[in-house]
Design a protein around this ligand. Structure first.
Ligand code: F6R
Length: 262
């Protein structure tokens, strides 16, 4: 698939992180407003923090309620209790859930400490199915092209599973821990199949350090499990929202009708 054919991946190039976050929050709020009992798939990491801040602002302004929303998260570190400050459960409470009216029983992340991880993975899939599937999934992207913790591999993993983190992921995530040795080496993650079942997907990328992977994703010509996010080219409803820094290596951005640079 050539970049010109990446038509279903609607590309938005926003001026900066703030504008990227505002647009992502707007699309999420639109979904919450338009779909009663909507199911959101959420991500952690640095990238979505601004989006969550915008959603909190809208809740505080009284223009958005999460009272009927359900959420599921992409992933969790293996071995970290939800109370651990670096767990993704803690991150979500700290950056979103504690600041909005999402009911206490309306969110779920994979458990990184379940006694039987295999059962937990199966149950996570069943849980998503019982909710009626994810209406809108938010994604960040790793420097190596991972989505969730689906690292580059020989094939695409279908379902929620336990996985080892790539060396580059461990290095990138060291910034959240006291040292590299403390970064968990494994995680539980939705599979590529789980992600692809979402009705709509928003992929966010910000900053110069994401420019190379965004260029490879949008201008590369294959769907390849060595660049896991490339599977999104086969999804019918994907918004790729990047800031100018993350778009800085793109050559054909003007082919997108929503490109703001030209
Ligand atoms: C987080 C996740 C990861 C991150 C990715 C980018 O739940 O699934 O795929 O989205 O590692 O992380 P940041 O945003 O920190 O650059």
């Amino acid at each position: 698939m050539k970049s010109e054919e990446v038509i279903d991946m609607k590309l938005y190039i926003e001026k900066d992180y703030e504008q990227m976050s505002k647009l992502a929050a707007k699309l999420i709020a639109d979904k919450v407003h338009s779909k009663e009992n909507c199911v959101l798939g959420l991500a952690t990491g640095s990238t979505p923090i601004g989006t969550y801040k915008e959603l909190i602002k809208q809740y505080q302004a009284g223009t958005l309620s999460f009272a009927k929303v359900k959420t599921v998260n992409l992933d969790e570190y293996y071995g970290l209790e939800p109370e651990h400050e670096q767990s993704y459960a803690y991150f979500m409470r700290d950056n979103l859930f504690n600041h909005i009216d999402l009911p206490q029983d309306a969110f779920r992340l994979p458990s990184g400490t379940a006694k039987n991880i295999e059962e937990e993975c199966k149950d996570y899939e069943k849980h998503i199915e019982a909710l009626g599937g994810v209406d809108l999934q938010l994604l960040g992207i790793g420097h190596n092209g991972h989505i969730g913790f689906n690292e580059p591999a020989a094939s695409f993993a279908l379902y929620t599973h336990q996985t080892y983190l790539d060396e580059r992921t461990i290095e990138a995530n060291t910034r959240f821990f006291a040292s590299k040795d403390e970064v968990p080496t494994q995680a539980i993650t939705m599979g590529i199949g789980t992600i692809m079942k979402a009705g709509e997907i928003i992929l966010l990328a910000s900053g110069k350090d994401k420019a190379d992977i965004i260029q490879r994703l949008l201008e590369g010509d294959t769907v390849n499990p060595m660049l896991p996010a490339s599977i999104l080219k086969l999804h019918p409803h994907v918004h790729v929202i990047v800031d100018e820094a993350a778009a800085s290596l793109l050559k054909s951005c003007c082919k997108s009708s929503t490109c703001h640079l030209h």
